[in-house]
Ligand binder design. Structure first.
Ligand code: S3P
Length: 435
């Protein structure tokens, strides 16, 4: 498959209207298969996200000998409880969550493994998980702190770890290793990183407690299987929300969205920007609050973002840049340097791509400054094999004058398969074509 091949061709001006769901939450879908593999019994997962990143995690557990029945693209039965050595290296493709969480699990197994991924994944920092896992006694090595990760069996012991960055992937890797360690594992986080692992482990019967920023896991409890419907991904909904806010005449309703408050920083920021957004909680799915989000076109105002909000919307800054260009006044983002170590350096890449459409942006070391509203001119931009860049640039195309082409856009399917089709179902003029 040549990932660079697809492109989005986007024409502006058509209001978005109607009701839609979005694909299942990526973070939960990774965890459903990785934790389902560890559970003693049969887990049922519906609404699972069948996307580039999560399929890589699924193939990894299958390569580790876990039987999975695939009833449809989004419905799985996982026969968990026993992992066996894989025949070769496990390939997590572009999935940072997949490789980091799996590293925590594999560090505690009585057999070795090699975890690897795409060229893009090999560029991402792994020291953040290697350091705490090695403190736990893990025998895990890398090539200068980058994948591939070579893991050999070792006796793990619990640690008390003060995380230097607010990262759910790091927290999860340490907690998952903690399941196989002797003694308690205690983690203190500097900010409210997404807590899906804690919720899922608790629901599965793990002895885990959370007090403020500290999580304590005592190993020993047998993990019970899960039976879950994965709610829609707020990080995918974010692109539709921004599009509806920016395109005059829009009025959309998104249903079944995960409203876990460690994920909803963007909604808080947009509401502070004067966005017309109504959020209605409708219940709980997979231990996560779920609800409906109605969004109407709004005249946005600039805002400041920093502190705890940053981690609660860490994946949403590319699309916030597009929204900020449409807002009156100045938007200043600080303390978001983590964006530099995502699939791409999202501060640099978004700044460069939006400038191709005529945007004026000041990139800072840990964020950006944008004063709007700015009129964008259509152009040819690039998705950089980074799903959130490709989708953000498609939304920019919905408000730029003329026809915008987003090259290298197939990567949108790493988290949001059917992104363009969903926009079309809401009325937008977007086409996927082969280059
Ligand atoms: C994720 C955590 C975040 C996020 C990523 C998914 C997860 O990464 O950016 O898209 O599922 O745990 P960090 O933990 O590195 O902040």
């Amino acid at each position: 498959m040549d990932r660079a091949k697809d492109q989005f061709v986007v024409n502006p001006g058509v209001p978005l209207r109607g009701t839609t769901a979005v694909p299942g939450d990526k973070s939960l879908s990774h965890r459903a298969v990785l934790l389902g593999a560890l559970a003693a019994g049969v887990s049922q997962v519906r609404g699972w996200l069948a996307a580039g990143d999560t399929e890589a995690s699924l193939r990894a557990i299958q390569a580790l000998g876990v039987p999975v029945e695939r009833h449809s693209r989004n419905e799985l039965t996982i026969h968990g409880g026993k992992l066996s050595p894989a025949a070769g290296a496990l390939d997590l493709l572009n999935a940072g969550t997949g490789i980091r969480l799996l590293a925590g699990i594999m560090a505690g197994q009585p057999f070795g493994s090699v975890l690897d991924g795409s060229e893009q994944l090999r560029r991402r920092p792994m020291k953040r998980i290697l350091a705490p896992l090695q403190m736990m006694g893990a025998d895990i090595h890398s090539v200068e702190n980058h994948a591939p990760l070579m893991i050999r069996p070792a006796e793990l012991h619990g640690i008390q770890y003060d995380m230097p960055v607010a990262s759910a992937q790091v927290k999860s890797a340490v907690l998952l290793a903690g399941l196989f360690a002797k003694g308690a594992t205690t983690i203190t986080q500097p900010g409210p990183a997404r807590d899906h692992t804690e919720r899922m482990l608790s629901a599965m019967g793990a002895d885990l407690s959370v007090e403020g920023d500290t999580v304590v896991l005592n190993p020993g409890n047998v993990l019970q299987p899960v039976d879950m419907i994965v709610p829609g991904d707020i990080s995918s909904a974010a692109f539709l929300i921004a599009a509806a806010l920016l395109v005059p005449g829009s009025d959309i309703t998104l249903t079944g969205i995960n409203l876990n408050e460690t994920r909803t920083g963007l909604l808080d920021v947009l509401l502070a920007m004067n966005a017309d957004i109504t959020i209605t909680e409708t219940g709980l799915e997979a231990g996560e609050p779920v609800g409906t989000i109605r969004v109407r076109h709004s005249v946005l105002k600039g805002t400041d973002v920093g502190g705890d909000k940053v981690v609660r919307m860490i994946d949403e800054f590319p699309i916030l840049m597009v929204a900020a260009l449409g807002a009156e006044g100045t938007t200043i983002v600080r303390e978001a340097e983590e964006l530099r170590v995502k699939e791409t350096d999202r501060l640099a890449v978004m700044t460069a791509e939006l400038r191709k459409l005529g945007a004026e942006i000041t990139e800072t070391k840990d964020g950006f400054v944008i004063t709007g509203p700015q009129d964008l001119m259509a152009g040819v931009v690039d998705g950089h094999d980074d799903h959130r860049i490709a989708m953000s640039m498609a939304v920019a195309g919905l408000v730029a004058e003329g026809r915008t082409t987003v090259l290298d856009a197939r990567c949108a399917g790493d988290s949001f398969p059917g992104f363009a089709e969903t926009l079309v179902s809401l009325g937008a003029d977007v086409r996927v074509s082969e280059m």
